[in-house]
Write a protein that binds this ligand. Structure first.
Ligand code: GCO
Ligand code: MG
Length: 402
C-alpha cells in the first residue's frame, strides 16, 4: 500500500483552517488538522514544500516510522510549525489505519475507557452580571464544567470576552489588534467574580479560569490562594512556562489545581512540569503537539505522576482535531476534561463529523477512522483571509503576553 496523493486544503468558513488530506493507492482517504492560529500559511508551506515530496510512495500504515522520519529526519526538531505539520500527517495516517481496520481510532488505541468526555464550555461576559448569566445558561444546556471569564472594569478589552454577547473568537481579520493589560486591576477583580458565581450556581458545577499567561509566578500564587474558597477545577496558563521552574513558586503558595500546555509542542516542554508534579492537567492537544503518536507519549508519561489530560479545544482547532481528541479521550486512562468551544454552523457544514455534545459530554458513534470529513466544494467557496491573534500592551505601552 502506498501514499498516492497528499495535499493541504485551506479554507475560511468564518475563520482559517488548514487540513491535510492523504489518499492511498487503494483510494482510502485520511484527514489531519494543521491549523496554527495566525501562522496558518507557514505550516501549509512547510507541508507542501518540505514534507509531502518525501511522503509520496511510502506505506501509510507505518505511522511510527513516518513520525520518526519527519521528527528525527528533519534535523531541526520541534517548534509549533514543524510539530503542527507532523501532527496533521500523523492524524491523517491514524484516520487511514482506522478505515483500513474498519474501526474507530479509539479502538486502535486500546478501546473505550469511558462513554463520553466531560467537557467545559466558555461563559463570558462584559461584566460580572453578564458572566453569571452566561454560566447559568451553560448549566441549563447541561454543562458540568464551565470556564468563566469577565471584562475587567478599567480595561477596554479583556481576554476571553467577545465583542458580541456570548461569542468569543480571538483571531481577527487584518493586522493584530492591540489590547490593554493591567495586572493589578485583574487581580483585584477576579476573586470577586468567582465569589459571585459560586453564590449564583452553588458548588455542584466545576468552574475553570484562564489567566492566559498574564501573571508572574508570585502573582499567580496569590490568585490561586485567593480562589481557594471557590474550589476551582483549575487555573490555566497562570504564567508562561518557557521556564518550567516558574511553577515551583506557584505551587508553594496554592492548592488550586494548575493546567498548562496549549502552546507546548512536545514532551520536552512539559517534562519537568510533569515529573516534579508542578501541574495537574496537561493541555497540549493533538494538532500542536505532534499528533496522536506524540500526545500519547505525553499522556502516558503524565499518568506516572497523576497528571491528567485537559486538552485545548478552542475554535482554532478544526473539527478534524476535535474528532481526534474525542477518539483519544475515549481511550486515554488519565483523562481529565476536554475544552469545548463549539464551532459555527458553517464550520460544521464544511467538516461534517460524528462526535456530538450530549448532556455535558462529547460522545461519538462506532465509525471507522476519526469520524470526520471535509466538504471540499464548500471549503473552496471560503478562501483564506489573513487574521491575527491580538497583542497586549501595558498602560505605558510596553508589550506584554497576550
Ligand atoms: C483557550 C485558549 C484560546 C487561545 C486560542 C489561541 O484556552 O481556549 O487560551 O482562547 O487563546 O486558542 O489560538
Ligand atoms: Mg487557554
Amino acid at each position: 500500500m502506498k501514499i498516492e496523493r497528499i495535499q493541504t486544503i485551506v479554507t475560511c468558513p468564518g475563520r482559517n483552517f488548514v487540513t491535510v488530506k492523504i489518499v492511498t493507492d487503494e483510494g482510502v482517504i485520511g484527514l489531519g488538522d494543521a491549523t496554527l492560529n495566525g501562522r496558518e500559511l507557514a505550516v501549509k508551506a512547510y507541508l507542501d514544500e518540505h514534507v509531502f515530496p518525501c511522503l509520496v510512495g511510502r506505506d501509510p500504515r507505518n505511522i511510527e516510522d513516518i513520525w520518526q522520519y519527519l521528527y528525527r529526519g528533519a534535523y531541526w526538531r520541534r517548534g509549533p510549525v514543524t510539530m503542527s505539520a507532523i501532527a496533521a500527517v500523523d492524524m491523517a495516517l491514524w484516520d487511514i489505519k482506522g478505515k483500513l481496520a474498519g474501526m474507530p481510532v479509539y479502538q486502535l488505541l486500546g478501546g473505550k475507557s469511558r462513554d463520553g468526555l466531560m467537557v467545559y464550555g466558555h461563559a463570558n461576559g462584559k461584566d460580572h452580571a453578564e458572566a453569571i448569566e452566561a454560566v447559568q445558561q451553560h448549566v441549563e444546556e447541561g454543562y458540568k464544567a464551565i470556564r468563566v471569564q469577565s471584562g475587567v472594569p478599567g480595561l477596554a478589552k479583556t481576554y476571553g470576552v467577545g465583542k458580541t454577547k456570548g461569542f468569543y473568537e480571538p483571531a481577527e481579520k487584518g493586522l493584530p489588534p492591540e489590547e490593554p493589560w493591567d495586572t493589578s486591576l485583574y487581580l483585584r477583580h477576579t476573586p470577586e467574580l468567582f465569589r459571585k458565581v459560586r453564590e449564583a450556581v452553588g458548588h455542584d458545577i466545576h468552574l475553570l479560569h484562564d489567566a492566559h499567561h498574564r501573571l508572574t509566578p508570585i502573582e499567580a500564587g496569590r490568585l490561586g490562594k485567593e480562589l481557594e474558597p471557590y474550589s476551582l477545577f483549575w487555573i490555566e496558563d497562570a504564567t508562561p512556562a518557557e521556564n518550567q521552574e516558574a511553577f515551583r513558586l506557584i505551587r508553594q503558595h496554592t492548592t488550586t489545581p494548575l493546567a498548562i500546555g496549549e502552546v507546548f509542542n512536545s514532551i520536552w516542554d512539559c517534562k519537568d512540569l510533569i515529573s516534579e508534579q508542578l501541574i495537574d492537567y496537561i493541555r497540549s492537544t493533538i494538532t500542536h503537539a505532534g499528533g496522536i503518536t506524540h500526545v500519547r507519549r505525553i499522556a502516558d508519561f503524565a499518568a506516572l505522576y497523576q497528571v491528567r489530560t485537559g486538552f485545548h479545544g478552542a475554535t482554532d482547532l478544526s473539527p478534524v482535531c476535535m474528532a481526534a481528541a474525542v477518539n483519544f479521550g475515549l481511550w486515554v486512562p488519565n483523562f481529565g476534561i476536554q475544552e469545548l468551544m463549539p464551532h459555527s454552523p458553517l464550520t460544521n457544514e464544511v467538516f461534517p463529523h460524528n462526535y456530538r455534545f450530549e448532556d455535558g459530554y462529547l460522545v461519538m458513534d462506532d465509525v471507522p477512522g476519526l469520524g470526520v470529513d471535509i466538504d471540499e466544494a464548500l471549503a473552496a467557496r471560503y478562501p483564506y483571509e489573513r487574521a491575527y491573534l491580538p497583542v497586549a500592551r501595558l498602560r505605558d505601552g510596553s508589550m506584554w503576553n497576550w
